[in-house]
Design a protein. Structure first.
Length: 143
């Protein structure tokens, strides 16, 4: 799979469309250091309230390997080729990237910590905070 611009373009285009339409959404993707921060800064942050939910697991490599061993399309040769890449990415992606927005870190070793309900409440709290004070808003003309 290509990790370059052509593979992420549909992802950003769809989110830009949703933001232009005023739609709230959750987007799931692996973001890469040094690549994703400028894209998010330029293409998403100016148009919406972002919250970065960073998921991590101390067992991610073992969980990935177990899934791959259950996959009938993944043989031992493919697994051996992918394992070093997965190990490297686990190290590189362990900490959240700096998107200059609130970050919520979720441990996924055994369920979710904090719970999904706690995450939703925190995101709702962040999302409902006014971006500017009501007294600073330009009055809307009535038609």
């Amino acid at each position: 799979m290509e990790l370059g611009p052509s593979s992420v373009e549909p992802f950003y285009q769809s989110m830009e469309l949703w933001l232009e339409s005023g739609i709230s959404f959750v987007a799931e993707r692996t973001f890469f250091p040094g690549v994703s921060e400028p894209d998010v800064a330029r293409r998403l942050r100016p148009f919406g309230t972002l919250v970065h939910v960073h998921c991590r697991s101390a067992q991610s490599s073992r969980r990935w390997e177990a899934r791959m061993r259950q996959d009938p399309l993944c043989g031992e040769n493919r697994l051996n080729k992918l394992t070093p890449l997965v190990s490297r990415l686990n190290e590189e992606l362990a900490e959240p990237l700096d998107f200059r927005c609130p970050v919520l870190t979720v441990e996924t070793d055994n369920g979710y910590r904090p719970s999904v309900e706690t995450l939703v409440a925190e995101i709702d709290s962040i999302y409902s905070r006014p971006l500017i004070h009501d007294l600073d808003r330009v009055p809307q003309s009535e038609h």
